[in-house]
Ligand binder design. Structure first.
Ligand code: NAD
Length: 323
């Protein structure tokens, strides 16, 4: 299969590229090495792709139609499926600079879909987020919730991307699978995310800032489980002769309080965390929890790695590679 992976140099993208190359797929990566975090870290992310792999990285920006078109032309033969992971991620930064988030996440997604259609690519797997569930979504979150009250520009930009993908399916008969990831963690996790940031600060003996009273809850999902779900979605779509539209939650299907997470990390690191309490942030959901029954039934998705085990694996990676 020939796969275009956008955001290939990022946390989730680099793991997916490795998995796809490992099973013999031909992979074109697309990434602009956005400076949200260091280019060197993203280059290191891709260092694990074997030399002999059929992998080509096309550096380019989702804000440029010409860059995107080049990615579709890079290798002979049509691209079978686009896995669209590239985005500006992060809830807080989106509140600070919403226009840039919309440029990349909404217009960039639309540009990518138009380019795919022009290039004759008929299949899209779109990375969305648990953040699309907002004030109108009951727990555990189910895919058919209205998702009409997102709490941040990041959340609404992801929802808008989902909607653009839906009308591409409806009007142009593209096969579209939207995957809503729930707080993904593991080796190479983005440095802005809680598990990574807290590991660094606790290890350095510095205090960590917790917003709220520690009772907010997240459904954490280990990277290997997410990659299993993405690959299953790619394969199920490829095996279906009809161009269908699907939405799946990919989550650990257990939620853990912020305070509980900090305790687990403290144990994994062997230090007692020092905490500075800060006010709640209105852009954050108080709780996330995925109902994964649809992904389980249709993709065979079954998250395996517990948070305690995953935190241990993250800390081991961080000590070896990221400190
Ligand atoms: P990441 O920042 O590590 O990866 C995103 C990649 O996209 C980066 O390498 C970045 O350089 C690239 N990118 C950004 N802007 C671009 C542009 N204009 N043109 C081309 N490339 C661009 O983030 P991640 O955590 O790997 O997230 C991957 C996807 O999963 C994103 O769509 C994100 O919204 C989604 N997601 C992630 C999580 C999570 O917990 N990590 C949860 C829900 C959804």
């Amino acid at each position: 299969m020939k796969v275009l992976v956008t955001g290939a140099a990022g946390f989730i993208g680099s793991h997916l590229v490795e998995r796809l190359c490992g099973r013999g797929d031909s992979v074109i990566g697309f990434d602009n090495f956005d400076p949200f975090y260091a280019r060197a870290r993203k280059e290191a992310n891709l260092a694990g792709v074997p030399e002999r792999a059929d992998f080509h990285l096309q550096e380019g920006d989702l804000r440029s139609s010409a860059d995107i078109a080049r990615a579709f032309e890079i290798a002979p033969g049509a691209i079978d499926v686009v896995v669209h992971l590239a985005a500006l991620a992060g809830i807080r930064p989106s509140v600070v600079d919403p226009e840039r988030f919309y440029d990349v996440n909404v217009m960039g997604t639309l540009r990518l879909i138009e380019a795919a259609k022009r290039a004759g690519c008929r299949r899209l797997v779109f990375a969305s987020s648990s953040s699309v569930y907002g004030l109108d979504s009951a727990l555990p979150f189910q895919e058919d919730a209205a998702c009409g009250r997102p709490l941040s520009p990041y959340a609404s930009s992801k929802r808008a991307g989902e909607l653009a993908a839906f009308h591409a399916h409806h009007l142009d008969r593209l096969a579209v699978t939207t995957l809503r990831f729930f707080t993904v963690y593991g080796p190479r996790q983005r440095p802005d995310l809680a598990i990574h940031k807290f590991t660094r600060l606790i290890s350095e003996g510095q205090p960590i800032e917790l917003h709220g009273d520690g009772s907010s809850e997240r459904d954490y999902t280990f990277i290997d489980d997410i990659v299993d779900g993405v690959v299953a979605a790619i394969d199920r779509q490829a095996a279906d002769p009809e161009p269908r539209h699907h939405v799946y939650n990919l989550g650990g299907s257990r939620s853990t309080s912020l305070r509980g997470l900090v305790d687990l990390l403290g144990q994994a690191i062997g230090e007692t965390p020092r905490i500075v309490w800060k006010p709640d942030r209105p852009e954050d959901l108080p709780r996330t929890l995925a109902d994964v029954s649809r992904a389980h039934a249709e993709l065979g998705f079954s998250p395996r790695v517990t948070l305690a085990e995953g935190c241990g694996r993250f800390v081991a990676w961080w000590r070896a590679h990221a400190r």
